[in-house]
Design a protein around this ligand. Sequence first.
Ligand SMILES: Cc1cc2nc3c(=O)[nH]c(=O)nc-3n(C[C@H](O)[C@H](O)[C@H](O)COP(=O)(O)O)c2cc1C
Length: 228
Amino acid sequence: MRQDDSVTHRDAAPPDLASMRKQYRAEGLSETELAATPLEQFARWFKQAATEGGLFEPNAMVVSTADAQGRPSSRTVLLKHFDERGFVFYTNYDSRKGRELTGNPYVSLLFPWHPMARQVIVTGVARRTGRDETAAYFRTRPHGSQLGAWASGQSSVLADRADLDAAYAELAARYPEGEQVPVPPHWGGFRVAPQAVEFWQGRENRLHDRLRYVARPDGGWRVERLSP
Ligand SMILES: Cc1cc2nc3c(=O)[nH]c(=O)nc-3n(C[C@H](O)[C@H](O)[C@H](O)COP(=O)(O)O)c2cc1C
Protein backbone atom coordinates (compact mmCIF):
# COMPACT_ATOMS: atom_id res chain seq x y z
CA MET A 1 0.00 0.00 0.00
CA ARG A 2 1.38 3.41 -1.05
CA GLN A 3 0.90 6.34 1.26
CA ASP A 4 1.36 10.06 0.78
CA ASP A 5 4.88 10.66 2.07
CA SER A 6 4.15 14.02 3.71
CA VAL A 7 1.33 12.47 5.76
CA THR A 8 3.41 9.45 6.70
CA HIS A 9 6.25 11.64 7.91
CA ARG A 10 4.03 13.93 9.95
CA ASP A 11 2.22 11.02 11.61
CA ALA A 12 5.41 9.12 12.23
CA ALA A 13 7.22 11.90 14.10
CA PRO A 14 9.70 10.00 16.25
CA PRO A 15 8.95 10.01 19.98
CA ASP A 16 11.39 11.99 22.08
CA LEU A 17 13.07 9.00 23.69
CA ALA A 18 15.59 11.10 25.59
CA SER A 19 12.81 12.70 27.64
CA MET A 20 10.92 9.45 28.34
CA ARG A 21 11.61 8.52 31.93
CA LYS A 22 9.67 7.49 35.02
CA GLN A 23 10.37 8.05 38.69
CA TYR A 24 10.45 4.64 40.38
CA ARG A 25 8.76 3.69 43.63
CA ALA A 26 10.44 4.56 46.89
CA GLU A 27 9.91 1.32 48.83
CA GLY A 28 13.12 -0.63 48.62
CA LEU A 29 14.38 -4.15 49.04
CA SER A 30 16.60 -4.80 52.05
CA GLU A 31 18.91 -7.66 52.97
CA THR A 32 16.90 -8.35 56.12
CA GLU A 33 13.66 -9.06 54.27
CA LEU A 34 15.20 -11.42 51.68
CA ALA A 35 14.22 -15.10 51.73
CA ALA A 36 16.85 -17.76 52.51
CA THR A 37 17.10 -18.93 48.91
CA PRO A 38 16.67 -17.12 45.59
CA LEU A 39 13.92 -19.53 44.58
CA GLU A 40 11.90 -18.62 47.68
CA GLN A 41 12.49 -14.94 47.00
CA PHE A 42 11.49 -15.47 43.37
CA ALA A 43 8.30 -17.22 44.51
CA ARG A 44 7.39 -14.18 46.63
CA TRP A 45 8.01 -11.68 43.85
CA PHE A 46 6.35 -13.90 41.27
CA LYS A 47 3.20 -14.11 43.36
CA GLN A 48 3.11 -10.32 43.62
CA ALA A 49 3.76 -9.96 39.89
CA ALA A 50 0.93 -12.39 39.11
CA THR A 51 -1.61 -10.81 41.46
CA GLU A 52 -0.98 -7.09 41.91
CA GLY A 53 1.73 -6.44 39.32
CA GLY A 54 -0.47 -5.32 36.46
CA LEU A 55 1.52 -7.56 34.14
CA PHE A 56 0.06 -9.22 31.07
CA GLU A 57 2.26 -12.32 31.27
CA PRO A 58 4.45 -12.30 34.39
CA ASN A 59 5.95 -15.65 33.34
CA ALA A 60 7.31 -14.16 30.10
CA MET A 61 11.09 -13.96 30.33
CA VAL A 62 13.92 -13.03 27.99
CA VAL A 63 16.29 -15.95 27.44
CA SER A 64 19.76 -15.08 26.23
CA THR A 65 22.13 -17.67 24.85
CA ALA A 66 25.46 -17.48 23.08
CA ASP A 67 26.93 -19.52 20.28
CA ALA A 68 30.33 -21.20 20.35
CA GLN A 69 31.98 -17.90 19.28
CA GLY A 70 30.31 -16.05 22.15
CA ARG A 71 27.81 -14.22 19.93
CA PRO A 72 24.65 -13.58 21.96
CA SER A 73 20.99 -13.86 20.98
CA SER A 74 17.80 -13.19 22.97
CA ARG A 75 14.13 -14.05 22.73
CA THR A 76 11.04 -14.21 24.96
CA VAL A 77 9.79 -17.57 26.25
CA LEU A 78 7.30 -18.57 28.93
CA LEU A 79 8.45 -19.93 32.27
CA LYS A 80 6.43 -23.10 32.86
CA HIS A 81 7.72 -24.34 36.22
CA PHE A 82 10.15 -23.36 38.95
CA ASP A 83 11.35 -24.97 42.14
CA GLU A 84 14.65 -25.32 44.04
CA ARG A 85 16.14 -27.18 41.05
CA GLY A 86 15.63 -24.25 38.74
CA PHE A 87 13.53 -22.56 36.07
CA VAL A 88 11.89 -24.62 33.28
CA PHE A 89 10.81 -23.57 29.79
CA TYR A 90 9.86 -25.59 26.71
CA THR A 91 11.04 -25.14 23.17
CA ASN A 92 12.31 -26.80 20.02
CA TYR A 93 15.74 -28.38 20.64
CA ASP A 94 16.68 -27.74 16.99
CA SER A 95 15.85 -24.01 17.23
CA ARG A 96 18.61 -21.45 17.41
CA LYS A 97 18.38 -21.29 21.21
CA GLY A 98 18.15 -25.07 21.44
CA ARG A 99 21.28 -25.58 19.37
CA GLU A 100 23.16 -22.83 21.19
CA LEU A 101 22.30 -24.31 24.59
CA THR A 102 23.37 -27.76 23.43
CA GLY A 103 26.80 -26.37 22.54
CA ASN A 104 27.07 -23.83 25.36
CA PRO A 105 24.74 -24.37 28.35
CA TYR A 106 25.43 -20.97 29.98
CA VAL A 107 22.26 -18.93 29.87
CA SER A 108 20.66 -15.76 31.22
CA LEU A 109 16.96 -15.30 32.03
CA LEU A 110 15.47 -11.85 32.55
CA PHE A 111 11.99 -11.13 33.90
CA PRO A 112 11.08 -7.54 32.84
CA TRP A 113 8.46 -6.59 35.40
CA HIS A 114 8.42 -2.92 34.38
CA PRO A 115 5.02 -1.92 35.84
CA MET A 116 6.43 -2.88 39.28
CA ALA A 117 9.81 -1.25 38.62
CA ARG A 118 11.35 -4.66 39.11
CA GLN A 119 13.50 -7.07 37.19
CA VAL A 120 14.92 -10.45 38.10
CA ILE A 121 18.02 -11.69 36.31
CA VAL A 122 19.08 -15.33 36.54
CA THR A 123 22.37 -16.66 35.23
CA GLY A 124 22.96 -20.36 35.23
CA VAL A 125 23.36 -23.58 33.36
CA ALA A 126 20.63 -25.16 31.20
CA ARG A 127 20.06 -28.91 30.99
CA ARG A 128 17.35 -30.74 29.10
CA THR A 129 14.45 -31.99 31.20
CA GLY A 130 13.83 -35.74 31.22
CA ARG A 131 11.52 -37.15 28.55
CA ASP A 132 8.90 -38.09 31.16
CA GLU A 133 8.75 -34.52 32.44
CA THR A 134 8.56 -33.19 28.88
CA ALA A 135 5.81 -35.65 27.94
CA ALA A 136 3.80 -34.80 31.06
CA TYR A 137 3.89 -31.11 30.14
CA PHE A 138 3.24 -31.73 26.44
CA ARG A 139 0.02 -33.58 27.36
CA THR A 140 -1.28 -30.45 29.15
CA ARG A 141 -0.90 -28.27 26.03
CA PRO A 142 -3.90 -27.49 23.82
CA HIS A 143 -4.25 -29.85 20.84
CA GLY A 144 -3.43 -27.05 18.39
CA SER A 145 -0.19 -26.19 20.20
CA GLN A 146 0.79 -29.86 20.17
CA LEU A 147 0.35 -29.91 16.40
CA GLY A 148 2.19 -26.60 16.11
CA ALA A 149 5.23 -28.13 17.80
CA TRP A 150 5.33 -30.70 14.97
CA ALA A 151 4.47 -28.27 12.17
CA SER A 152 7.17 -25.70 12.89
CA GLY A 153 10.86 -26.25 12.21
CA GLN A 154 11.47 -23.42 14.65
CA SER A 155 14.14 -20.91 13.57
CA SER A 156 14.51 -22.35 10.06
CA VAL A 157 13.83 -20.09 7.06
CA LEU A 158 10.39 -20.55 5.47
CA ALA A 159 9.81 -19.84 1.77
CA ASP A 160 6.22 -18.96 2.41
CA ARG A 161 3.57 -18.71 5.17
CA ALA A 162 1.49 -21.16 3.10
CA ASP A 163 4.09 -23.92 3.68
CA LEU A 164 3.60 -23.62 7.43
CA ASP A 165 -0.20 -23.64 7.14
CA ALA A 166 -0.05 -26.65 4.81
CA ALA A 167 2.17 -28.56 7.27
CA TYR A 168 -0.30 -27.79 10.05
CA ALA A 169 -3.33 -28.79 7.96
CA GLU A 170 -1.69 -32.13 7.12
CA LEU A 171 -1.04 -32.82 10.79
CA ALA A 172 -4.55 -31.74 11.78
CA ALA A 173 -5.95 -34.25 9.29
CA ARG A 174 -3.70 -37.02 10.64
CA TYR A 175 -4.41 -36.20 14.30
CA PRO A 176 -7.95 -34.83 14.63
CA GLU A 177 -9.06 -33.24 17.92
CA GLY A 178 -9.31 -35.96 20.57
CA GLU A 179 -6.57 -38.11 19.05
CA GLN A 180 -3.30 -38.29 21.03
CA VAL A 181 -0.43 -36.39 19.41
CA PRO A 182 2.98 -37.98 20.03
CA VAL A 183 5.63 -35.83 21.71
CA PRO A 184 7.99 -34.56 19.00
CA PRO A 185 11.53 -35.89 19.60
CA HIS A 186 12.96 -32.43 18.81
CA TRP A 187 10.79 -30.68 21.39
CA GLY A 188 11.21 -30.47 25.16
CA GLY A 189 12.20 -28.57 28.23
CA PHE A 190 15.30 -26.89 29.55
CA ARG A 191 15.82 -26.49 33.26
CA VAL A 192 18.08 -23.59 34.21
CA ALA A 193 19.92 -24.27 37.47
CA PRO A 194 20.77 -20.81 38.82
CA GLN A 195 24.32 -19.80 39.71
CA ALA A 196 23.31 -16.22 40.52
CA VAL A 197 19.97 -14.44 40.83
CA GLU A 198 19.66 -10.67 41.02
CA PHE A 199 16.55 -8.95 42.41
CA TRP A 200 16.34 -5.40 41.16
CA GLN A 201 13.95 -2.87 42.66
CA GLY A 202 13.74 0.56 41.05
CA ARG A 203 13.99 3.46 43.50
CA GLU A 204 14.00 7.22 43.45
CA ASN A 205 16.76 9.17 41.76
CA ARG A 206 18.08 6.01 40.09
CA LEU A 207 19.40 4.80 43.47
CA HIS A 208 17.96 1.36 42.90
CA ASP A 209 18.32 -1.72 45.11
CA ARG A 210 20.17 -4.62 43.55
CA LEU A 211 20.57 -7.72 45.70
CA ARG A 212 22.24 -10.71 44.15
CA TYR A 213 22.34 -14.27 45.49
CA VAL A 214 25.49 -16.10 44.41
CA ALA A 215 25.78 -19.88 44.75
CA ARG A 216 28.41 -21.05 47.24
CA PRO A 217 30.38 -24.27 46.65
CA ASP A 218 28.71 -25.84 49.73
CA GLY A 219 25.28 -25.46 48.10
CA GLY A 220 24.27 -22.38 50.11
CA TRP A 221 23.94 -18.80 48.94
CA ARG A 222 25.67 -15.54 49.76
CA VAL A 223 23.99 -12.23 49.08
CA GLU A 224 25.79 -9.17 47.78
CA ARG A 225 24.51 -5.68 47.12
CA LEU A 226 25.42 -4.17 43.77
CA SER A 227 25.76 -0.51 43.01
CA PRO A 228 22.88 0.68 40.83
C1 LIG B 1 5.27 -13.75 24.98
C2 LIG B 1 6.04 -14.78 24.19
C3 LIG B 1 6.13 -16.07 24.67
C4 LIG B 1 6.85 -17.04 23.97
N1 LIG B 1 7.00 -18.28 24.52
C5 LIG B 1 7.77 -19.19 23.89
C6 LIG B 1 8.04 -20.45 24.51
O1 LIG B 1 7.60 -20.75 25.65
N2 LIG B 1 8.82 -21.34 23.84
C7 LIG B 1 9.36 -21.04 22.61
O2 LIG B 1 10.05 -21.89 22.05
N3 LIG B 1 9.14 -19.85 22.00
C8 LIG B 1 8.37 -18.92 22.62
N4 LIG B 1 8.15 -17.70 22.03
C9 LIG B 1 8.76 -17.44 20.71
C10 LIG B 1 10.24 -17.05 20.90
O3 LIG B 1 10.35 -15.70 21.32
C11 LIG B 1 11.08 -17.25 19.62
O4 LIG B 1 10.52 -16.56 18.54
C12 LIG B 1 11.22 -18.72 19.24
O5 LIG B 1 11.37 -19.56 20.37
C13 LIG B 1 12.41 -18.91 18.31
O6 LIG B 1 13.58 -18.46 18.96
P1 LIG B 1 15.05 -18.76 18.41
O7 LIG B 1 14.98 -18.76 16.90
O8 LIG B 1 15.91 -17.63 18.94
O9 LIG B 1 15.47 -20.09 18.96
C14 LIG B 1 7.45 -16.71 22.72
C15 LIG B 1 7.34 -15.40 22.23
C16 LIG B 1 6.66 -14.45 22.97
C17 LIG B 1 6.58 -13.04 22.44
